[in-house]
Design a protein around this ligand. Structure first.
Ligand code: ZN
Ligand code: ZN
Length: 118
């Protein structure tokens, strides 16, 4: 039973919480957040961002690369130096790491999409 509300909608829920750690890195600046989500909102969150991110290999796996890399927000070739890092835990012992890029001008939209802004 989760003891904290879901970070999408602040509602209560039964069952274990899922964790996601999104980060935006721009030069020396970075923003990160720990999201606690119910199962449904966790899946919706991953669905909304993972298609435009590269899934990095865990031990003994191949990376699922996207070639060429596209901006998380506009889907075009990224213009700038903003990087996205996302670690997600779909299950307690299963970790997924994602990486991607965002245009400088789409930083604000990426913040919203990644739920870095509470
Ligand atoms: Zn939820
Ligand atoms: Zn863009």
């Amino acid at each position: 039973m989760a003891l904290m509300p879901c970070d999408t909608g602040q509602h209560r829920y039964a069952g274990p919480s899922r964790a996601a750690y999104p980060a935006l890195v721009h030069g020396a600046d970075s923003e990160r957040r720990h999201l606690r989500l119910c199962q449904a909102h966790f899946l919706a969150y991953l669905d909304s961002v993972s298609p435009r991110l590269e899934q990095l290999a865990q031990e003994g796996q191949q990376s699922l690369t996207i070639d060429p890399v596209v901006c998380l927000v506009c889907g075009r070739s990224p213009q700038g130096t903003v990087q996205v890092f996302l670690t997600a835990y779909p299950y307690r012992d299963v970790r997924e790491d994602y990486w991607g890029q965002v245009c400088d001008e789409h930083y604000g939209d990426a913040r919203t999409l990644l739920k870095l802004a509470p």
